[in-house]
Design a protein around this ligand. Structure first.
Ligand SMILES: Nc1ncnc2c1ncn2[C@@H]1O[C@H](COP(=O)(O)OP(=O)(O)O)[C@@H](O)[C@H]1O
Ligand SMILES: O=C(O)[C@@H](O)C(=O)COP(=O)(O)O
Length: 412
């Protein structure tokens, strides 16, 4: 069994669907489950550790690792963001340091490269489509602004084991044997190795070289490639295509990522009713949620509404300057989570959520502890059928076409 630990819930569903696409029997859990079904091929435990204090992130990740190992996971995967979302305090470094000790390995091959999402790695640098990570909109992320694109340097700033190294593209292009030889040599001096990858074929060549390592990690790209190797070994058939769910819907957005802002604009141009949670007007989650729910109660029956806090970089900076980055995020996450609970009480069963931290707060409030992976509304963005009469779509900030929030919440 492959056991994956994801640092947020959107990343967890992205990894889970990458496993399931290859035909692996996969489950995703939000938070630490009481028990893990041992008859699965892949299990993802999605946590909310990306921006937590490093000690908490380490403790939660180790608890998840122990649970996965007890269920029979002989290989662990640490799923972090394809844009390497982290700060110099972590949490990718501290969590990988702890998992390295847990598994007793001496080197970890990991890469955020996910070519299907436009993330590629070349000469140890991470690109988002045609730009370096540090020139992409990720430089303005509210919690993890990414102002460097050099992966070994980013890693060295947050790990107790500096000396991270890239496996250059010239080696990756030669294929699995060359990659394996380079890893054997590099692991004598470096704990963390970042193979370059421009295509899914590159990731597959890397996956063949590391499929039996006790610990690997990165984005959904390498996770999917490892799943392809596992499926190949056991002759598993690729997955069928399930239908998206129906039911009363609402869109909840707390992501300030460029793509989410486009998707919100698209939704509003289509005439969807929208209400913004304004933390400057009232930095109180209860008051913000009460105002939003009164607005909802006054709506005439119609298409799924949007409740959001998302703002473009300049307006976002004004809120963060006034309230503090951490406090404004906490207030808005708590407010949107309370709105979700209120909407559930009012009969909404289909929640389209934008943003990883935001989605983590929403699933916790709804008491959703995981589910079955359903149809993909966009690449890496599957519906989760929770088995509690609720279906949730947890969209990573930067994923999906501009019309995703609109189409996913259409009447069905
Ligand atoms: N108007 C705002 N002011 C300050 N922080 C905000 C605002 N809107 C959203 N946030 C916070 O920004 C963070 C966005 O992160 P997240 O939900 O993970 O989105 P993404 O998937 O784009 O990274 C959340 O913590 C959210 O509460
Ligand atoms: O790898 C990715 O880009 C996503 O799976 C992911 O981790 C999503 O994080 P958010 O953008 O914070 O939602």
């Amino acid at each position: 069994m492959i056991g994956a630990i994801a640092d947020d819930v959107t990343g967890g569903t992205d990894a889970a669907v990458a496993f399931r696409r290859q035909g692996l029997r996969t489950a995703v859990y939000f938070g630490l489950p009481e028990a893990v079904d041992p008859d699965l091929d892949a299990v993802v435990i999605a946590l909310k550790t990306r921006t937590a204090p490093a000690d908490d992130a380490v403790a939660d990740s180790l608890a998840a690792a122990a649970r996965l190992r007890a269920a029979g996971a002989d290989r662990l995967y640490f799923k972090y963001c394809s844009t390497f979302d982290s700060t110099s305090q972590g949490n990718i470094g501290p969590v990988l340091d702890a998992l390295t000790a847990f598994t007793g390995t001496d080197a970890v091959v990991h890469t955020p490269a996910s070519p299907e999402h436009g993330r590629t790695a070349y000469q140890g640098h991470l690109f988002v489509h045609d730009r370096l990570l540090s020139d992409s909109p990720m430089r303005d992320h509210p919690l993890t602004p990414m102002r460097d694109a050099n992966l070994p340097r980013l890693m060295d700033a947050q790990t107790a084991a500096p000396g991270s190294a890239a496996v250059p593209y010239a080696v990756v292009r030669e294929g699995t044997a060359a990659i394996a030889a380079a890893i054997t040599k590099a692991r004598r001096t470096s704990r963390y190795l970042f193979p370059d990858a421009l295509t899914d074929a590159d990731l597959l060549a890397v996956a063949r070289a590391v499929a039996d390592e006790p610990l690997t990690g990165g984005g959904a790209g390498l996770a999917g490639a490892l799943a392809a190797v596992a499926a190949e070994r056991r002759g598993t058939a690729a997955d069928a295509h399930p239908e998206p769910p129906g039911g009363p819907a609402a869109v909840l957005a707390g992501s300030c990522s460029a793509r989410t802002l486009e998707q919100i604009a698209h939704l509003q141009r289509a005439g969807r009713p929208a209400h913004r949670l304004d933390a400057l007007a009232s930095p109180d989650p209860d008051a913000l949620a009460a105002t939003a729910l009164s607005w909802y109660d006054a709506l005439a029956p119609g298409p799924a509404p949007l409740v959001y806090s998302s703002l473009p970089p300049g307006d976002l900076a004004a809120v963060q300057d006034a309230l503090g980055t951490e406090r404004s995020a906490q207030v808005l996450e708590a407010a949107i989570a309370r709105v979700a609970l209120g909407l559930k009480d009012r009969g909404v069963t289909r929640f389209v959520c934008a943003g990883g931290e935001t989605s983590g707060a929403i699933v916790a409030a709804l008491g959703v502890d995981g589910g079955v992976i359903g149809a993909e509304a966009a690449r890496g963005v599957p519906w989760i059928h929770t088995g509690r009469g609720l279906d949730v779509l947890l969209k990573s900030g930067n994923f999906g076409e501009p019309d995703l929030l609109l189409t996913a919440s259409e009447a069905r």
